[in-house]
Design a binder for this molecule. Structure first.
Ligand code: NFS
Length: 636
């Protein structure tokens, strides 16, 4: 059997042999050393919840079928899954809380580094949350919206659903979720409830736990939705922007600062301050001043709003440092490999952590505080300039690979493009083209990279197949990174890969929107929290058609999923009614009850369900079959 390739990213393929030669270990080396991975863990049937254990269930039926406390495989798998969901929801919603608190500070007149960039959006949100904003001062509106959002973290009445969940879905979906008892009333309480019910000796009923899984995922959805919307208020709602992606965006003659992590509260200020400190960088010998580039979802955030180029996505973060050209990697929260400080130790690169609860041994910690954000950002940029002075140019190897990438397709930007076709009824051109079959359906790509599969390959393979079949494609997170780096967020990709009718529609919309050609083949919708942007479009379409989300020819795919956050997102996609593909075998297969629930029973309960398929071509077929099934249901 031939060895699976590590990646299809040409920049990574260029750098890996250099890393090997220099004796620098990467994620792929550690993955190889870890093999074979634990079979019990892969199936989700080992339990480490109490110290009577660890316990593990024999999947072949010869050894123990119950843990010491009596928990069987179904209980153990369901408990492990729901704790992953809690982890994902905690990450996304803590990010959301951070943004909501920043908005509150702005409303109260503190946090001078921030302001309300999109007043209209803030007022629209206030309207949506029933806060009657008309005539109110904008700062007052900001305060009220922030408090209504924070209520979703603090409400104690179980009978009242979270604002951001109930106001953003179709009425029918809300009713269904309330009826099933899975609508969250309070994000934090739902997460705490998960930790409680999975404590030793609590919930042992796998199906009951699975309903909790759905509820936890919807808490995740709530936190994500408000993260995106409030970020737009503070930092601007993205509009299409032409930029570039892959490690070739690093510059030899600039102080390269890579912003990595997730929360724009940090990276936005770094970008502002970097602009102001260009001259200092030049004085230090960097002819081109400061070059900020992005990694992971922070990269997507600043790419969407500022056209900052994306250096790379999750799996190749170490390779950015291996170019020898990154002077500082500034990180906040989530998806930051602890390995980066080890790699940085072989170069002059400063890894700068910024959040008190997210530190890495070997990094320089510069605490970032919203109330003195400019000062913290200035300090960070100074550390980067200082590091630049120590850069060893003999070690610099910037791969000559970068692709054009058009980013910035927020729901508002999509509506704006459509309104150029039909100003009175912007959704009509989209719906007409779905109904007449020019667009067969919509696929949302999300999620990470994972060493279990060749980096970026599943994304690209599935997208090319669906493009042929005239499926409109959206992407977020490291999926968006994969498409951007590999040239699928370009007009040329539309010309090369889109089926005839899809190409015609993308060209018509692109031309009306003044793009001088088609829209890109895959529309960049932002970071992982921005998956809710796709929901916004889908809900608008569903409401206009008068059907629920589970009737639409809309599917989701996380073909290289890895993080707990991705598990939570995929699960809420199912809860919202979408057929949802994952290209990694999930760690639940040790329980037939759990596997059957997620791939079959969920369909009866929610309309959405999981499709597990590791072969990307087959996955594309199954996604397209699901789209056709939905079309049939709508008689179109
Ligand atoms: Ni999403 Fe974004 Fe990337 Fe995965 Fe991590 S950066 S929040 S979790 S790895 S897509």
């Amino acid at each position: 059997m031939s060895k699976m390739k590590n990646t299809i990213d040409p920049a990574v393929n260029y750098l890996l042999p250099l890393a090997k030669k220099a004796g620098i270990e990467t994620v792929w080396d550690r993955f190889a050393a870890m093999k074979p991975q634990c079979g019990f863990g892969e199936l989700g049937i080992c339990c480490r919840i109490c110290w009577k254990g660890p316990c593990r269930i024999d999947p072949f039926g010869n050894g123990p079928q119950r843990g010491v406390c009596g928990a069987d495989a179904h209980t153990i798998v369901a408990r492990n899954l729901i704790r992953m969901i809690a982890g994902g929801a905690a990450a996304h919603s803590d990010h959301g809380r951070h943004i909501a608190l920043t908005l509150l500070e702005v409303g109260e007149g503190h946090a001078p580094a921030y302001r309300i960039k999109d007043e209209q959006k803030l007022r629209n949100i206030a309207e949506k949350l029933n806060l009657a904003p008309a005539g109110k001062d904008i700062r007052q509106v900001a305060k009220e919206v922030a408090l209504a959002s924070l209520e979703d973290y603090s409400r104690q009445k179980y009978s009242i659903s979270c604002n951001w969940a109930k106001e953003t879905l179709t009425a029918e979906r809300v009713d269904k979720l309330v009826e099933l008892g899975v609508m969250p009333h309070n994000i934090d309480a739902v997460i705490a409830e998960i930790m409680h019910r999975t404590h030793v000796g609590c919930d042992a009923d796998a199906v009951n736990l699975l309903l909790g899984v759905i509820k936890g995922a919807l808490a995740d959805y709530t936190g994500m939705y408000l993260s995106t919307e409030l970020s737009d208020v503070l930092f601007g709602t993205p509009e299409p922007v032409v930029t570039a992606a892959n490690l070739g965006v690093l510059k030899k003659d600039a102080v390269n600062i890579a912003v990595h992590g997730h929360n724009p509260v940090l990276s936005e200020v770094i970008c502002d301050v970097a602009l102001k400190m260009n001259e200092e960088a030049k004085k230090a010998g960097a002819k081109e001043g400061i070059n900020v580039v992005g990694i992971c979802c922070t990269g997507n955030e600043v790419m969407m709003r500022r056209g900052i180029p994306l250096a790379t996505n999750y799996l190749s973060q170490e390779l950015a440092i291996i170019t020898g050209a990154v002077d500082a990697m500034v990180v906040d929260v989530q998806c930051i490999m602890p390995a980066i400080t080890g790699v940085a130790g072989c170069f002059h690169t400063e890894v700068i952590t910024t959040i008190a609860t997210n530190k890495i041994p070997g990094a320089t910690h510069v605490e970032f505080r919203e109330d003195s954000a400019f000062d913290s950002a200035k300090k960070i940029v100074e550390v980067a300039i200082d590091a630049f002075k120590r850069r060893d140019n003999r070690k610099v190897n910037i791969p000559d690979y970068k692709q054009t990438a058009i980013a910035g397709f927020s729901a508002e930007a999509i509506m704006a493009a459509l309104s150029k076709v039909n100003a009175k009824d912007p959704l009509k051109p989209l719906i007409d083209n779905i109904v007449n079959g020019n667009i067969q359906g919509i696929a949302l790509f999300a999620g990470c990279n994972n060493t279990q599969v060749t980096q970026d390959n599943n994304f690209i393979t599935i997208a090319k197949e669906l493009a042929k079949n005239n499926v409109l494609m959206l992407a977020t997170g490291c999926g968006a990174g994969a498409f951007a780096k590999n040239g699928l967020m370009t007009q040329e990709a539309t010309e090369a890969y889109a089926g005839d009718s899809l190409k015609a529609v993308l060209t018509a919309i692109g031309k009306s929107a003044g793009l001088n050609g088609p829209l890109p083949l895959v529309l960049h919708m932002g970071s992982c929290v921005d998956n809710t942007r796709a929901v916004k479009v889908a809900v608008a379409v569903a409401n206009k058609l008068g059907v629920d989300l589970d009737k639409l020819p809309v599917v989701a795919s996380a073909p290289e999923a890895m993080a707990e956050k991705a598990v939570a997102i995929a699960t809420w996609a199912v809860a919202l009614g979408l057929p949802t593909h994952i290209g990694i075998v999930p760690q639940i297969m040790g329980s037939s009850v759990v596997a059957k629930f997620l791939t079959e029973k969920a369909k009866d309960l929610l309309g959405g369900y999981f499709i597990v398929e590791t072969d990307p071509k087959k996955a594309a077929d199954q996604l397209f079959t699901a789209i056709k099934e939905r079309r049939k249901g709508l008689s179109i």
